[in-house]
Design a protein around this ligand. Sequence first.
Ligand code: NDP
Length: 332
Amino acid sequence: MDNTSIHDLIIVGSGPSGYTAGIYAARASLKPLILAGEKAGGQLMLTTVIENWPGNEKGIDGPLLMDEMRKQAERFGATVEYRNVQRVDFSDPVIKKVFVKTKDGEVEYQAKSIILATGADSIMLGIPGEQRLIGRGVSTCAVCDAAFFKDKKTVVIGGGDSAMEDTLALTKFASSVTVIHRRDSFKASKIMQDRVLNNPKVKVMWNTIPQEVLGDPAVTSLKVSENGQEKMIETDGVFLAIGHRPTTEFLQNHVELDDHGYIVTRTSLTQKGIELAQAALNEGIIQFPTMTSVTGVFAAGDVVDVRYKQAITASAQGCQAAIDAERWLEQR
Ligand code: NDP
């Protein structure tokens, strides 16, 4: 494809949100260009069976689902390029520019509208065994994987709201949930802490640092240091809930980000999001809810979503962003 032409829409990112935006925009004849990144497909490429994707009674493999979504977008006229966007320039009110790095330097792409769908990565501990056992007992999504741990022993690492939510999700299936936290108090909201601390299946280990995940081929134990003393905890699952890092470094100073680095849109339920929504309130409704602080630049999926981070919610937001972009382009 000639990258000097001005596209109607460029989608940056290729998880469920990027590809769903691609499907909708392509079916609206926008011929979107999807800059999918060198490692396309997002977080679902790291998962095995997804059991909560509606319409697949027996579950579907993450990589297969992403491949199907890509092909579906291409079938309707989307073009997918496996390139990483490293820089953007949204200073022109009409033409937005994104730049990808190539072996010969930098290539510029231009578009009238952009959807940012670059996702978020789970923060990892970086301890031995963690990477090797991902999908074999180590998980970053309790909502997705809790049901695989029926009557099993589990461990959750972290002390924020995600850790509390993951713990509560696991108590519905697992025989026990041990929360491992590096300090002597949680930072999670009081109500979530109370629910966790009052649940009879939950035990908390304070001042405890995970050191190594063990097991072959699947997790059998976690080595920790509790108050400086080495201990082995027998467990079938290690759930990491120490936060997420939205992929927005290349967007800093180009679109409004919140304090955690997530892109703010008119649907973000934060002070900044409410301010954007208020400014976009017209005749009783908020125009283009998925628009960011930059006119013509929309965002969808985990890169805006502090809370849900599910394939289905990311997909739905991709759909919303594509419809907003289409209507916004039409109005112009
Ligand atoms: P947070 O950053 O709030 O919490 C991360 C937790 O992990 C902290 O307890 C932190 O410890 C711990 N941690 C970080 N790094 C390490 C490490 N290397 N080793 C061990 N422990 C570590 O992330 P969350 O994902 O929990 O939440 C992010 C945001 O999303 C928050 O604003 C939260 O309120 C919100 N959220 C809201 C929900 C809801 O309303 N339903 C649900 C989930 C999240 P320490 O306490 O020592 O810093």
